[in-house]
Design a binder for this molecule. Structure first.
Ligand SMILES: [Zn+2]
Ligand SMILES: [Zn+2]
Length: 401
């Protein structure tokens, strides 16, 4: 006789074991599922049928009852994945069983077996689709109390934003209360009351009943720089959303009403974790419009000298203003295109297309010789940026809507 069958017979004399649990140990016995294989083995060995089971605590004979503990009505989802968290006692029993019988190819673990059978039952009862590749909901079944945990998968939305008023890009929790709310922040939990992300999050959290947002954007502009033109590409992630059938056109309109005159979203489309990751690693070129003032005045003729900057590689040591948080090093970035226009006796506008990572304020001021060459150096005058706009981020999906 098969020594594994002999070992099983000895186990079954001491502990009750169900057909499902027997079946998953004998993958080489013919049968269309574990239950059938288990019955066959049991009949060969003359073991009495048992719904009770020491090894699964009878879970497989109570699937209907267990699945009814699942309370999904607060959540919107169509697809799910199921995971089982075994309690230590069941793990111990499973180990004992496998140690005694020995593992052969195709033996199914208790965990996998529960995931499949309970997953089928949940599909059947609630009309949801088991989809391990693209689940909207992760359901965790705990054997310890036979209850479920629900973990909605995040939503990812793609868009491009414009920013018209000075504010940081990401959320910025209050440094005293870390976002919980305190007298220092008027109980808003916010160090900066306005950021691009807050404008998006306020609406998205309201619509999805999610917990948190995470903004993944293609770079960032300075707090006081405007973001205009075709906007900056971003993906916003909404964690633990309870609603996910949202009308993106409506959400976009709501965000734009909320951010009126300050933040505008040019489009909002479905996205993915992959796109979020890609955007964060972008190396997109940018087009800037710098409003510049020069000491001692400036003329159209003098500005002609700027021609020599076009196409040049700029050597830029880490700007003085950010040295406190960035390592001092030299970066080389190219100025691709320049256009200029006098706007007053001491002012002009400079349009600059540059490679990713060129610091524009320092390109203009020269930063005490730390940026070379610079606009100030070439013009032989002290010039500085009064207002900086980003006109274009050259990359990311265009807005189709
Ligand atoms: Zn069992
Ligand atoms: Zn606070």
């Amino acid at each position: 006789m098969d020594p594994r069958m002999k070992a099983l017979k000895e186990i079954a004399e001491k502990y009750p074991i169900c057909d499902e649990c027997i079946g998953r140990l004998f993958p080489y016995v013919e049968g269309k599922n574990n239950r059938e294989r288990g019955r066959k083995v049991r009949e060969i060995l003359g073991i009495k049928e048992s719904e009770e089971c020491y090894f699964c605590r009878g879970i497989f004979s109570r699937l209907d009852e267990i699945a009814k503990n699942l309370d999904i009505y607060q959540y919107e989802f169509e697809t799910f994945i199921l995971g089982t968290r075994l309690d230590p006692e069941l793990i111990k029993r499973e180990e004992m069983l496998l140690d005694t019988l020995g593992v052969v190819e195709g033996v199914e673990s208790l965990k996998k077996n529960i995931n499949r059978e309970l997953g089928k039952k949940i599909s059947e009862i609630y009309g949801k689709k088991y989809d391990p590749k693209n689940p909207e909901m992760e359901i965790i079944f705990r054997t310890a109390d036979e209850r479920f945990e629900l973990h909605p998968k995040p939503l990812f939305l793609y868009g491009r934003y414009r920013k018209y008023a000075p504010m940081p890009q990401s959320k910025w929790p209050c440094r005293y209360c870390k976002g919980r709310g305190c007298p220092k922040c008027d109980y808003t939990g916010r160090q900066w009351k306005e950021t691009v992300e807050y404008y998006l999050a306020d609406v998205l959290i309201g619509v999805t009943l999610g917990k948190e947002t995470k903004l993944h954007a293609a770079g960032r502009e300075d707090i006081d720089a405007r973001m205009l033109g075709t906007g900056r590409p971003f993906v916003i992630e909404v964690e633990a959303p309870r609603r996910r059938k949202i009308n993106l056109e409506e959400v976009k309109r709501e965000i734009n009403a909320h951010g009126e005159g300050k933040v505008e979203v040019l489009c909002l489309e479905w996205s993915s974790k992959k796109e979020a990751r890609e955007l964060k690693q972008e190396r997109f070129n940018k087009v800037y419009l710098a409003h510049i003032r020069c000491k001692g005045g400036i003329t159209k003729e003098e500005l002609e000298k700027l021609k020599e900057l076009e196409g040049r590689v700029i050597e830029q040591r880490t700007p003085t203003r950010i040295l406190h948080r960035r390592k001092d090093k030299v970066r080389k970035r190219r100025v691709i295109r320049l256009e200029w226009k006098v706007t007053g006796s001491h002012t002009f506008d400079l349009l600059i297309e540059a490679e990713h990572g060129l610091y524009i304020r320092e390109l203009v001021s020269g930063d005490d010789g730390r940026t070379k060459p610079s606009v100030s150096e070439i013009l032989g005058k002290e010039c500085f940026v009064e207002l900086l706009d980003v006109l274009e981020v050259k990359g990311g999906r265009p807005c189709t809507g």
